[in-house]
Design a protein around this ligand. Sequence first.
Ligand SMILES: NC(=O)c1ccc[n+]([C@@H]2O[C@H](COP(=O)([O-])OP(=O)(O)OC[C@H]3O[C@@H](n4cnc5c(N)ncnc54)[C@H](O)[C@@H]3O)[C@@H](O)[C@H]2O)c1
Length: 349
Amino acid sequence: MPVILYANQLLEMGQVILTAAGATPREAEIVAAELASSNLVGHDSHGVMRLMQYVQLIREGHIQPGKDPEIVREGPAFLVVDAHFGFGQVASTWTMERLIEKARACGCSNAFIRNCNHVGRLGSYTDQAAQLGFAALMSVNAPGPGQVAPYGAMERRMGTNPISLAAPGNEAPVVLDMTTSATAEGKLRVAFQSGKSIPEGWIIDGDGNPSCDPGDYYKEPNGCILPLGGPLAHKGYGLSAMVDVFCGILSGSGVGRTDLPRGANGVWMELIDIEQVAGRDEYDQWMRQYEQHLKSARKRPGVEEILLPGEIERRVQATRTSEGVSIPDETWRQLTALAAELQVNIPQA
Ligand SMILES: NC(=O)c1ccc[n+]([C@@H]2O[C@H](COP(=O)([O-])OP(=O)(O)OC[C@H]3O[C@@H](n4cnc5c(N)ncnc54)[C@H](O)[C@@H]3O)[C@@H](O)[C@H]2O)c1
């Protein structure tokens, strides 16, 4: 029988483990909430399976609990933040709060975060901003060697460099949240831990050959994740390169660096106050019309419904909130072993 955990149990497990590993109660609360919400919306690759990685990163000094974010440059409509290698979720939440104030004052605002650890699921932050009346963008790069091969290459040079864009919709925000690579690395890890193969086109092995075995990504010589786009991967590659420029270089995190703690990211966030820029009533009218315009398109054979970006996640969230989240055996084995090592009790199924 698979282990099933509910939202409050996922949250408690994250808090207990992170606190035992050295996070402050406030940090543990923010990070655990982001991990639990990723599981709830169906992105297990960004859920509690990250606890093992985060504890490891704390032990190795890459995540430094207790480090407060600091503003290093600021204007009326922008800020540059140094996260000082604290938890990425904490720095992102802290920065978003300040960015909201600036967007309310100026109409639009931009933030760049340097030295920021893994932020988790980007759509969580943009969704929250959209619920407050903003059109929101968030993007993240990895200045380190990365996981993704540039178009035509067989060596890792770029991160999976995700982008999320969200805006208020009719019933709920429309939330695009996607990597600019063929897959997120976490999805390879989920497949690897579950002993499953992956679709063709996600990775190449260390010799540059297409592979459906996630193990080929991890074993020596390392495989690479491919840029998004299949035969048109030059477009995913181009998007990823520009994410490196906007997130990595504008934030001051840099690109192609091997001297930073592992996992250090550059982040770009932008908020647009819809009321000031477009007028909320007019915006809502257009969105009502637009959603209908998309959803009423004639469907291809076998397709039941045209979905909006973010709609799948919202549906999974409704189901998983009532039915719980199934934790893969290997993930559960690792979580219980970690809890035993840290001498804490975690919620049991
Ligand atoms: N923090 C980081 O460093 C980092 C790095 C990489 C990825 N991530 C996260 O990984 C997660 C997974 O990314 P992904 O690219 O694998 O996501 P995905 O491929 O599952 O989904 C991408 C987008 O497509 C939409 N979508 C999916 N099916 C759809 C359908 N049938 N019709 C219409 N829209 C549909 C989703 O709502 C989503 O907005 C994201 O939450 C991302 O933020 C984070």
